[in-house]
Design a protein around this ligand. Structure first.
Ligand code: GUN
Ligand code: ZN
Length: 434
């Protein structure tokens, strides 16, 4: 194959480490006039334009974005494909919201044509918002995951997904059985896990909707294939936490249910964790598991406020998640805006560089993919964004007043949304252009 070499000139910014561990200044790299080189779908170099330009062949096309910032693609560590059609549903908290809106909406995915239609809308929406990798819940129907992976494969996206396993406490039209959930998951793993840039996640919805038999088989699956992911929900809502206590009286608490069925580990992502206690955070961190912090959802469903400082204290891996359709936006920028407010409510500060980290390298670390995505480090997959400083009149005016990249970044995260994402690249290919 002939080598394809592309060069992009703009301001460049990426995370190098967690600001909570190394301090803000050492946590990022920024080139005000930078150059990014891409070869065969990977980043091959980055640095100041003044240093790299003289090393390039004279005939190489250089795409110059003025008044724009190149960052790594965003990573959404928790989102639901079959809830695209019910985002912004009025009036309920978690358990009633599931019964009133979520389950009926997810039931439509029994129809493969519907699954294909929504997978297409969903992926376009991710890309227009600059999300190049997501950890995705399908519905209980395998066709929801087949449709998603087929669409993601066509664009060579790095994506993680799984079919929901749910064999109790849900309507009959939406449940599998311990055995069928296991076999259907296994068939999807055989077909998709490790194909191109696709990965499979074993996906028990949450403890209340799986029998002990199903949770046992979920744990068994994780042992049967290397590098499988696990995704589920934990301690999102107080009524939910109480219900888990009633369903599993023999366990010490919510996390202990998952621990007992051997669902914790380096590729396990637990969504929400709003009501986790100190000891549970410590156990999650010790097991190498990660939590998806989903602020727009936590506010919208009235679930509570995630304690990021406690997670940091335990060095627990945390990624950011939109949790659409409990969350109210596909935009990671808007999700970071709400994350900032969640910290304000706790008297804490979320620095824009910590936010950048959560949305990129921190998400990649939560997913154990930091050698492939989450930064602009040479060797990484060329999944990156061009963010437009003039996306809206207000953004353009506001950015005239900023003094440094910290302020620029913070304003992008406060005022920015899908309009801010001028271009999205995946594996070096342009997959979205505004
Ligand atoms: N807990 C169990 N299922 C769900 C879901 O679909 N969304 C959210 N936010 N929480 C859940
Ligand atoms: Zn969720």
């Amino acid at each position: 194959m002939p080598s394809t070499r592309k060069a992009f000139r703009a301001a460049l910014l990426h995370s190098l480490a967690d600001p909570a561990e190394v301090g803000i200044e050492a946590s990022y790299e920024y080139f005000e006039d930078g150059l990014l080189l891409v070869e065969n779908g990977r980043i091959s170099a980055l640095g100041p334009a003044s240093e790299l330009l003289p090393t390039l062949p004279a005939d190489l096309d250089i795409v110059h974005h003025r008044d724009a910032l190149i960052t790594p693609g965003f990573i959404d560590t928790h989102i639901h494909l079959p809830q695209t059609g019910m985002i912004g549903a009025y009036g309920e908290q978690l358990l009633d919201w599931l019964n009133t809106y979520t389950f009926p909406c997810e039931s439509q995915f029994a129809d493969p044509a519907h699954a294909e239609e929504v997978a297409d809308i969903f992926i376009k929406e991710l890309l227009r918002n600059g999300t190049t990798t997501a950890m995705v819940f399908g519905s209980v129907h395998p066709q929801s995951v087949n449709a998603f992976f087929e669409a993601a494969e066509k664009l060579d996206l790095r994506m993680i997904a799984g079919k929901v396993m749910m064999d109790r406490n849900a309507p009959d039209y939406l449940t599998d059985t311990a055995e069928s959930g296991y076999l259907e998951s296994k068939a999807l793993i055989e077909r998709w896990h490790g194909k191109g840039r696709l990965h499979y996640a074993v996906t028990p919805r949450f403890a209340p909707t799986s029998t002990p038999e199903q949770l046992t088989l979920a744990g068994q699956l994780l042992g049967e294939y290397p590098d499988l992911y696990l995704q589920t929900h934990i301690s999102e809502n107080l009524r939910e936490v109480q219900w888990v206590k009633e369903l599993f009286p023999e366990r010490k608490g919510y996390l202990d249910v998952y621990d007992h069925y051997q669902l914790l580990g380096e590729r396990s992502v637990f969504a929400h964790g709003v009501h986790l206690c100190d000891a549970e955070c410590a156990r999650l961190a010790q097991s190498g598991s990660a939590v998806a912090f989903c602020p727009t959802s936590n506010f919208f469903l009235g679930s509570g406020v995630f304690n990021l400082p406690m997670a940091e204290k335990h060095k627990l891996n945390v990624g950011i998640g939109t949790d659409v359709g409990g969350g109210t936006s596909f935009s990671i920028l808007q999700t970071l805006n709400e994350a900032y407010k969640a910290m304000q409510l706790q008297g804490a500060r979320l620095s824009p560089f910590k936010s950048l980290y959560l949305a990129t390298l921190g998400g990649a670390r939560a997913l154990r993919l930091e050698d492939r995505i989450g930064s602009l480090q040479p060797g990484s997959d060329a999944d990156f964004l061009v963010l437009d400083y003039h996306a809206t009149p207000l953004l353009s005016y506001r950015l005239k007043q900023v003094r440094n990249i910290a302020e620029t970044l913070f304003v992008l995260m406060t005022l920015g949304d899908d309009r801010t994402v001028k271009q999205t690249y995946a594996a070096g290919n342009l997959v979205h252009q505004r």
